[in-house]
Design a protein around this ligand. Structure first.
Ligand SMILES: [Zn+2]
Length: 341
């Protein structure tokens, strides 16, 4: 170590005289959720030497995820930690506070959306969370645009040499998000308004519903930290029967038990209801490298799954052709709904 230090010291004058660096300085950023790492990857496109460490993988429930020792070590080494915020990462509060005390920069993606006034209050069957900010803001692509533009500014401040690249990437990405919104909005609103109910295991889709004109009902509240009780199940059963809802959806980050219990209880009362043809991506996206492993793919696949599942139950839906400018392109097998699945 000493030898290296001496060597570096003797080399220093030459290094200072070097005209231009061949490679850019490394920049290490930690992302808590899959959504955060996807956005960082897009905004830093073309920036050499960036290292994005993602703490939570596909299918992980961020409400319950406990940071490991290696997660904490990675955050301590990072130039910036990007997280979702609004208490989504329920087990990270003390860690974020400690990082702040150490002067490590943290960035909460929900903050600019809250400042813009687009965060809604929580609401669930028992009203337990009525005074809490709903943390699932990213499910409205217009909120994700706000976050993309603001995070690009935070990166530009952190790494001024590449400021223009972050801003350019954010600008082209927001155009993509607008195309995504237009595609999903037209399809999801083609269903008769009286039939537009999205019933899921936990209350992650309020923003999605508000964006695309759907009414939401969830068995659990805003966080999965509180378990659903018999009363929550029964209330959902009554709601499904009352509104003649034909299909319920399981989320990829949550076990299907509560949805299965509702389907069974509805069936026991002689009514027919089925589970969606695919799981919805709730708080976690799909495998990296897959369509659902990107924000655009995740949202588009959810929209397709909902539209196709309703179509399978005989509801009229007008699913729009994919916008060729919008990337990534959905795989062909996603367009062919297998209603018997
Ligand atoms: Zn959630």
């Amino acid at each position: 170590m000493k030898y290296v230090a001496v060597l570096l010291a003797t080399m220093m004058p030459f290094m200072l005289l070097a005209p231009v660096r061949a490679t850019e300085e490394a920049l290490h950023i930690v992302a808590t959720t899959t959504q955060a790492s996807d956005l960082l990857r897009i905004l830093s496109d073309g920036r050499d030497g960036i290292m994005i460490t993602s703490l939570m993988g596909p299918g992980v429930d961020p409400h319950l995820y406990q940071p490991t020792e290696s997660d904490i070590a990675a955050m301590n080494r990072a130039a910036m930690v990007v997280y979702s915020g609004l208490h989504l990462e329920g087990q990270f509060d003390t860690v974020f506070a400690a990082l702040g005390e150490q002067g490590i920069q943290t960035y909460a993606m929900g903050e600019p959306v809250k400042e813009a006034g687009f965060i809604v209050g929580g609401f669930d069957l028992s009203d337990r969370y009525s005074n809490v900010d709903d943390p699932h803001f990213w499910f409205d692509p217009r909120n994700w645009e706000i976050t993309a533009l603001d995070l690009a500014e935070a990166l530009a401040e952190l790494d001024p040499q590449n400021a223009q690249a972050y801003r350019d990437n954010a600008a082209s990405y927001t155009a993509q998000l607008q195309a995504l919104f237009a595609w999903a909005n037209e399809g999801l609103r083609s269903i008769d308004e009286a039939r537009r109910f999205l019933v899921t295991s936990h209350d992650a889709f309020q923003y999605f519903g508000a964006a695309f004109g759907w009414k939401m009902q969830a068995i659990q509240g805003l966080s999965t930290e509180d378990e659903a009780g018999v009363g929550d199940i029964q209330a959902t059963v009554d709601f499904v029967i009352e509104n003649e809802i034909p299909v319920l959806f399981v989320e990829s980050s949550i076990p299907p038990d509560t949805i299965d219990a509702v389907i069974e209880a509805v069936g026991a009362q002689g009514e027919s209801v089925r589970v969606g043809i695919r799981e919805l991506f709730g708080d976690a996206m799909g495998e990296p490298g897959s369509f659902g492993g990107t924000y655009i793919g995740m949202l588009a696949q959810n929209a397709l799954t909902i539209m196709q599942s309703y179509q399978c139950m005989g509801v009229d839906v007008d699913i729009l052709e994919w916008d060729a400018e919008l990337l990534p392109k959905p795989p062909d097998d996603l367009w062919n709904a297998d209603c018997d699945e």
